[in-house]
Design a protein around this ligand. Structure first.
Ligand code: HEC
Ligand code: HEC
Length: 331
């Protein structure tokens, strides 16, 4: 008797657990602010010369410098050890290109208008400062900036300045990520072996055979071409470490010179090369406690390579796809 009830319980559990894949409709519902956002098209970066020549303007300029040449002010090689907040010599601009003004490259013009916001990583409402520190701890492999310190205030002030004229909660075209073909990722796994060919052909000339990049001369001077794996780049907690996230960004922004409307790679090449640079054999620092991220499995990102999962799929399939059964698309 006992035996049978255990089996039926197991069946019941498996039966319900298949529902706990990323449910896009639920995610959209939770992020819904309760009004229809204004849509802003054709955003252009405000002219630098309109930054006022006063203390406020100085703060905007310092914020921009921090974003664009992060390594110079808060990188691991700066003179004052207390200022070494970032753990690598990247800049925010390494990914948020052109100081966060390049559309479809995770830009910052809509950021100020869209925080605080719902965060599925911890099922709370997160502030803009917490979001900046999310990238500090993961993409920059460092420690958090004090929320009321000069640097954090300057970064947020720069984002405010960049987003002038954008209504609260607005959707700005080019602020969201472009997406590699979701039909393709549902049915096909990313292939790191094919990705290696893409890498050799389209990436290694700048980022190096071993992903090490090209460093500039001198201390705290950052990279001409930033590293993609190894000690001095993003850790395993970063968005760029996730294959889908990376593919979405790469397809619209790499090789350097590409943009969303002048793409160089196909969706498939971007997907495969994202798998290659983020494969397990590529060394990079490990972000601890990632199993605590995304406590509600119904809205957990699909491409995390750390469980728990409750959709019956392996870690390997979460990392590389195919994503059928892992993502439930919105109808
Ligand atoms: C290695 C790449 C990388 C670097 C370096 C990086 N970020 Fe990010 N950042 C991302 C990605 C990818 C996202 C969006 C995807 C996500 O949520 O996972 C993001 C999102 C953000 C967001 C949310 C924007 C919005 O409007 O929702 C903020 C704010 C942010 N980053 C700030 C920073 C700051 C400030 C720095 C430098 C101190 C930085 N990031 C460095 C990759 C990076
Ligand atoms: C012509 C040189 C060049 C080529 C070729 C190139 N990149 Fe980049 N890449 C850059 C530069 C420069 C940046 C920093 C962003 C900027 O300055 O706009 C960057 C940034 C990146 C980043 C984010 C920062 C980091 O260090 O992780 C990733 C990921 C990336 N490139 C991947 C690729 C991939 C994949 C390819 C091949 C498909 C590629 N790149 C080809 C120059 C290049």
């Amino acid at each position: 008797m006992k035996h049978i009830s255990l089996i039926s319980m197991a069946v019941l559990l498996v039966g319900t657990s298949t529902l706990l894949a990323l449910d896009v409709a639920t995610l959209n519902q939770r992020a819904n602010k309760g009004f229809t956002p204004v849509v802003v098209k054709d955003w252009k970066a405000p002219d630098e010369s309109t930054i006022p020549n006063n203390l406020f303007g100085d703060t905007v300029r310092y914020g921009k410098a921090l974003v664009h040449e992060t390594y110079k002010y808060i990188g691991p090689e700066v003179e004052d050890p207390k200022m070494r907040y970032a753990g690598n010599n990247l800049a925010c601009s390494s990914c948020h290109q052109e100081a966060g003004t390049k559309r479809w490259s995770a830009p910052f013009m809509a950021t100020f208008a869209n925080f605080p916001q719902y965060r599925n990583r911890d099922e709370t409402i997160g502030s803009i400062e917490e979001r900046v520190n999310g990238c500090m701890g993961r993409s920059m492999n460092g420690k958090p900036l004090p929320e009321n310190g000069k640097e954090m205030r300057a970064i947020v002030t720069y984002m405010y300045w960049l987003g002038q004229g954008i209504p609260l909660g607005a959707t700005v075209e080019g602020a969201e990520f472009p997406q590699v073909n979701r039909k393709m990722v549902m049915s096909q796994a990313a292939d790191p072996i094919k990705g290696e060919q893409v890498y050799k052909e389209h990436c290694a000339s700048c980022h190096g055979e071993n992903g090490e990049g090209v460093k500039r001369e001198g201390k705290a001077n950052g990279y001409e071409f930033p590293p993609l794996w190894g000690k001095d780049t993003y850790n395993t907690g970063a968005g760029m470490y996730r294959v889908l996230r990376a593919a979405d960004w790469i397809v619209a922004n790499m090789p350097l010179g590409a943009d969303n409307h002048n793409r160089i790679l196909t969706d498939e090449q971007a997907y495969n090369v994202a798998a290659y640079i983020n494969n397990y054999d590529k060394p990079r620092d490990v972000k601890a406690n990632r199993e605590k991220d995304f406590p509600d499995l119904k809205v957990k990102v699909p491409d995390s390579d750390v469980g728990p999962y409750d959709d019956g799929k392996t870690r390997h399939q979460h990392k590389f796809g195919p994503y059928k059964g892992i993502i439930i698309p919105a109808k």
